[in-house]
Write a protein that binds this ligand. Structure first.
Ligand code: ZN
Length: 180
């Protein structure tokens, strides 16, 4: 997992709960790097999960909720850093459609082994269905990122995550339902 993800997590926690909470989380997770992250460096995947579980315990909220919140925050961070992708596809569904074939393709050019999820999209009359698969099973992060994108493009949506890898399926199905 890229350091950029950990840096965003650090920023979210520090800005919303203060540096003391972040320090306490670092102490609990105790990552090998000692909490010093460089954006392009790779760090163990398990550490993201450990952070999410530590945050969930500390704030007394479910880990899926923490992951989703983080995804929302991460969208803004990434979109501020790399605005080119939302500029290229300035409409919500076009943007979501471009994740696999444009955004992930560019990320693969920039980094070795970025270990991205596989994402298939299918448009329907009222929205879109996404099929997500990744050995990391970070589908709630994907959910949060989609909600973040929807906010950015002023779309009111709801996601029905009706099939999930966490329930033993080999991929997740997420239905994006649009509200008027
Ligand atoms: Zn899932």
């Amino acid at each position: 997992m890229k350091g950029a993800i950990f840096i965003a997590l650090n920023e979210m926690i520090e800005s919303q709960y203060g540096v003391d909470v972040w320090e306490a989380l670092l102490e609990e997770v105790n990552p090998d790097c000692g909490g010093v992250y460089t954006s392009v460096e790779n760090y163990p995947d398990e550490d993201v999960v450990k952070f999410v579980l530590a945050i969930s315990k500390k704030l007394d909220v479910e880990s899926s909720v923490v992951t989703r919140l983080f995804g929302r925050f991460l969208f803004d961070e990434l979109n501020n850093k790399y605005p080119i992708f939302s500029e290229l596809n300035p409409e919500f569904y076009r943007y979501i459609d471009s994740i696999e074939n444009v955004i992930h393709k560019e990320v693969r050019k920039l980094f070795d082994e970025p270990s991205l999820p596989k994402l298939d999209t299918e448009r329907s009359e009222k929205g879109m269905t996404l099929v997500y698969s990744s050995p990391r099973k970070l589908c709630f992060l994907a959910e949060g990122l989609i909600y973040g994108a929807a906010d950015y493009f002023n779309k009111k949506i709801e996601i029905d995550h009706y099939q999930c890898m966490h329930d033993g399926h080999d991929c997740c199905h997420l239905r994006i339902i649009e509200h008027d």
